[in-house]
Design a protein around this ligand. Structure first.
Ligand code: PLP
Length: 427
């Protein structure tokens, strides 16, 4: 299917019904699969034959949707997980363990930051956080002999920095490690990080991919481009026999295109079990079918909202990469030529209390701890996700007290702007 355009692949990749078969692929709502002999089952356990035996490892519905996301990103293998958090964790834990080190952009989703800086640190994996706009020299200085990966977000949540993916890929490769990109906000419709040198892509499919705020999920896609076998000492888990899997060496048995995802599936998913339900994967697929239509509308609406806010006398500042004066405008034109995402952040004059009054006045937009779905939603981090912090601590975290994160939906933009207008009038 890869010769089709992305809009076609959003509908067709991963599933081609045979004669008389259902047009929509079935939800295989079964934990387990029946076999005639123990011998056949044994071959599956030894990875000598491919087939399904237990949904924690693989399920046909999940695999169909994973294959679609794989095609959308232009990868060689993909897996679905029960959350974006699980995807971020597996993507690194698959190649790094206690005693290892990872370089990460400092502007990443707060939950990912906590996972890296607190939970994974407790597991013995150290992270060095770098300013995404640092120089190549500063970036290179962050590497250590035990560095195993570099991590960043195409468009960071919530500060909306646009990552210079090529700069991060060059640094990662010159130190013999892969670049992992969380492509949640851009989606493959607006940016395909593999085309800029990234090696692995992760997603919180909870966001635009699902698009309707129906279910939490994650995905990991491998480009198949990173040659683990050039650094067998760095990546022994992929290049030497896995005793927990009958001595299989993943790079030998599954090649560069399949080793990373196979290991993450048969080892991490086997042991940690963050599998999404087939029902949720089916719902995710419905979202994927309309992803290009929704992304275009999100971006057009967000652009109009950002331009409206920029001119409003009660608005102190607006951050959206589609605005010509924005710090990331040129970089977004390079990496995101068709638009960035639907999330706009801005400050209301009058600080924290003005932001709270403005939010209370909104009638169409819902106050929600979510972004990137079809209905416009809004969050004031200083009084919700970051409410334990005082103004000084907020500044250190890059979250201004007046920052409003506005996730522009796909409603008629006239109604979204009218809602903003009446809420700002009340400030
Ligand atoms: N990555 C990004 C960019 C996110 O915005 C989020 C959640 O907001 C996550 C990862 C975590 O995803 P989930 O909430 O699906 O676990």
């Amino acid at each position: 299917m890869s010769h089709y355009q992305i809009g076609t692949n959003c509908l067709h990749a991963g599933y081609r019904p045979g004669n008389g078969e259902p047009r929509n692929f079935p939800i295989v709502q079964s934990t387990t699969f029946r076999y005639e002999t123990s011998e056949e089952m044994g071959k599956l356990f030894d990875l000598e034959a491919s087939g399904y035996f237990y949904t924690r490892l693989q399920n046909p519905t999940n695999d169909t949707v994973a294959a679609k996301i794989c095609a959308l990103e232009g990868g060689t293998a993909a897996m679905l997980l029960s959350s974006g958090q699980a995807a971020s964790f597996y993507s690194i834990f698959n190649i790094a363990s206690c005693g290892d080190h990872v370089v990460s952009s400092s502007t990443i989703y707060g939950g990912t930051y906590n996972l890296f800086a607190v939970t994974m640190k407790r597991m013995g994996i150290e992270f060095t956080f770098v300013d995404p706009d640092c120089t190549a020299e500063e970036l290179n200085a962050a590497f250590r002999p035990n560095t195993k990966a570099v991590f960043g977000e195409t468009i960071a949540n919530p500060v909306l920095t646009v990552l210079d993916i090529e700069k991060f890929a060059d640094a990662a490769h010159s130190h013999g490690v892969p670049l992992i990109i969380d492509n949640t906000f851009a989606t493959p419709v607006n940016c395909r990080p593999f085309e800029w040198g990234a090696d692995i892509v992760t997603h919180s499919t909870t966001k635009y991919m699902d698009g309707h705020a129906l279910q939490v999920g994650g995905a990991i896609v491998d480009s198949g481009n990173f040659d683990w076998t050039r650094y067998p000492d760095k990546f022994p888990g992929l290049c030497t026999p896995d005793e927990s899997y009958h001595g299989v060496t993943y790079t030998e048995r599954f090649g560069l295109g399949g080793a990373y995802i196979t290991k993450a599936t048969v080892q991490l998913m086997r042991d940690l079990g963050s599998i999404p339900s087939p029902q949720n994967c089916f719902l995710l697929n419905i979202g994927l079918e309309t992803l290009p239509l929704r992304m275009a509308k999100h971006c057009a609406n967000a652009q109009a909202v950002a331009e409206y806010l920029e001119k409003h006398p009660k608005v102190a500042w607006v951050n959206y990469a589609g605005l010509p004066g924005n710090k990331y405008y040129e970089r977004a034109r390079k990496y995101l030529p068709n638009g960035s995402c639907g999330v706009v952040s801005f400050g209301v004059k009058g600080g924290r209390s003005a932001a709270e009054t403005f939010m209370a006045g909104l009638k169409l937009a819902s106050i929600a701890t979510h972004v990137a779905d079809a209905k416009t939603c809004v969050l004031h981090p200083a009084s919700s996700t970051h409410r334990q912090m005082n103004d000084e601590e907020l500044a250190a975290a890059g979250v201004a007290p007046d920052l409003v994160r506005f996730s522009v939906g796909i409603e008629d933009v006239k109604d979204i702007i009218a809602d903003l207008e009446q809420a700002l009038a009340g400030v």
